[in-house]
Design a protein around this ligand. Structure first.
Ligand code: ADP
Ligand code: MG
Length: 240
């Protein structure tokens, strides 16, 4: 579903991604960890071309996302993204936040979009908040709305960039639970997170990034119990 091959990216003179090799298969959950500033968000944002790569090849579903001839909006329709700061529209009710893109982008009839929205709100456990405004919800509830909004586009891939980092600790679990359910149902996911419990439990593979490079990539058991790279050992030891 996603393949980075020899991908490099520069911000001006700054070399932010260095020779990235990464493949994510259908239904796989890949968790990306690493210190702040290591390039995790940049790598994620390249997948839906919120950032462009400098060289190498990046394909989503076999489509080269940086090819000039590619209709990027078509690629993006298959990719849902959830950010640290939920990015909901504050002036719109929860239900309207969710139906907006299906109506505008997919041309879904209003009634059908509303039904789909309710289905996903049910799924993330907050159907009763459909008529509320974002500011009336807790952080955890807002993030679940953001996930429902992503799912309502029926994407093939979901990208999560530190979805629980802005939440009070007591709300982290409810968001991770929704993500675990999605993973179990076979969604293809790339998740940047500091939640090592989630990585251990849900990831098919865990990737360690440092200074723009992928230094280690392995199954969770190996990753946490038997890390090879010195910098990963140091990173893990600081979390304890
Ligand atoms: P992470 O998500 O791992 O914290 P980022 O991908 O956000 O890392 O950033 C990696 C590096 O790239 C950081 O040093 C950051 O300052 C730099 N960076 C991020 N975005 C830009 C940008 N738009 N222009 C220049 N430098 C950037
Ligand atoms: Mg980041």
């Amino acid at each position: 579903m996603i393949r980075f091959h020899e991908v490099d990216k520069h911000y001006g003179h700054f070399h932010v991604l260095k020779n990235i090799e990464l493949s994510v298969g259908e239904g796989e959950v890949v968790v990306v960890v690493g210190p702040s500033g290591s390039g995790k968000s940049t790598m994620l944002r390249c997948i839906n071309r919120l950032e462009t790569i400098t060289s190498g090849e990046l394909t989503v579903n076999g489509v080269r996302v940086n090819d000039r001839k590619v209709d990027i909006n078509k690629v993006r329709r298959d990719i849902g993204m959830v950010f640290q700061h939920f990015n909901l529209y504050p002036h719109m009710k929860v239900i309207d936040n969710i139906t907006l893109a299906p109506i505008k982008v997919l041309g879904t009839p209003k009634q059908e979009a509303a039904e789909t929205a309710m289905y996903y709100l049910e799924k993330v456990g907050i159907a009763d908040k459909a008529q509320s405004y974002p500011a009336q919800l807790s952080g955890g509830q807002q993030q679940r709305v953001a996930i429902a909004r992503g799912l309502a586009m029926k994407p093939k891939i979901m990208l999560f960039d530190e979805p629980t980092s802005a939440l009070d600790p007591e709300m982290v679990g409810e968001v991770l639970d929704v993500m675990k359910t999605l993973a179990r149902e076979g969604m293809t996911m790339v998740v940047v997170t500091h939640e090592m419990g989630f990585a251990r439990e849900v990831a098919d593979r865990v990737v360690f990034m440092d200074q723009g490079q992928i230094l280690e990539e392995s199954e969770p058991e190996q990753f946490f119990s038997n890390p090879r790279e010195e910098r990963l050992k140091t990173f893990l030891s600081r979390l304890l």
